[in-house]
Design a protein around this ligand. Structure first.
Ligand code: IMP
Length: 203
């Protein structure tokens, strides 16, 4: 089956292709489609944004389409930055400015618990969606550490580790991450279906 991976992020495309890897699955990137419709991520949940991206691109391409949406939820901030993670300090998206804003809001806050969340939507060519999600629990440091990764990685220490996501090897992060958890679930739930090449979701 041909499966469109609806992300413009090359790192995500590689990570998703590696985990979904199967000889019967041909992963198509957005760049192979030429000009594609842009999607405004205005949903109030990660699931809504993932569905919106996947439905738009599935209808446009006529292909089964997979999309993800992710972000950071901080317990003491009532779940902020959440779906606004990429644009927390305003547009255009800027990782350093987002981290600065988060650190300012967390000054003096004792409860440092946070989690990364990821929702993945799989949509058939008719535009019908199903979702899975994954989470990675951890705590926030009070200053950035490490040069790897992206986004909030320099502030986030996953449970069971003493280093931030920006300090540990990417293979270790990719084994623990919210995206890895969601993708593993996607393979469990949908792996067989994707290999059987159905025209749409079975009812
Ligand atoms: P999106 O899923 O590409 O829309 O990501 C939204 C935002 O969430 C990113 O711009 C990052 O700020 C943050 N984010 C999502 N996943 C990660 C991660 O694995 N590490 C660090 N930040 C992340």
């Amino acid at each position: 089956m041909r499966l469109l991976i609806a992300t413009g992020n090359r790192h995500k495309f590689i990570e998703i292709s590696a985990i979904l890897n199967s000889p019967r699955l041909v992963m198509i990137s957005m760049s192979e489609l030429g000009e594609v419709p842009s999607v405004v991520e205005d949903g109030v949940t990660f699931e809504a944004n993932a569905i919106k991206k996947a439905v738009t691109l599935a209808r446009f391409s006529g292909l089964w389409t997979l999309a993800d949406d992710s972000g950071l939820e901080v317990e003491a901030l009532g779940g902020e930055p959440g779906v606004w993670s990429a644009r927390y300090a305003g547009e255009p998206s800027n990782d350093a400015a987002n981290n600065d804003k988060l650190l300012r809001k967390m000054t003096g806050v004792v409860n440092r618990r946070a989690r990364f969340r990821c929702a993945i939507a799989l949509v058939d060519p008719m535009g019908r969606a199903r979702t899975v999600s994954g989470a990675c629990e951890g705590t926030l440091r009070d200053q950035p550490r490490g040069a790897g990764g992206f986004g909030y990685d320099p502030l986030f220490v996953p449970c069971g580790q003493s280093l931030t996501f920006a300090e540990i090897a990417s293979e270790v992060k990719n084994g623990l991450s919210h995206r890895a958890q969601a993708l593993t679930l996607a393979v469990q739930e949908w792996g067989g279906l994707l290999e059987s090449e159905p025209e749409c979701w079975p009812v």
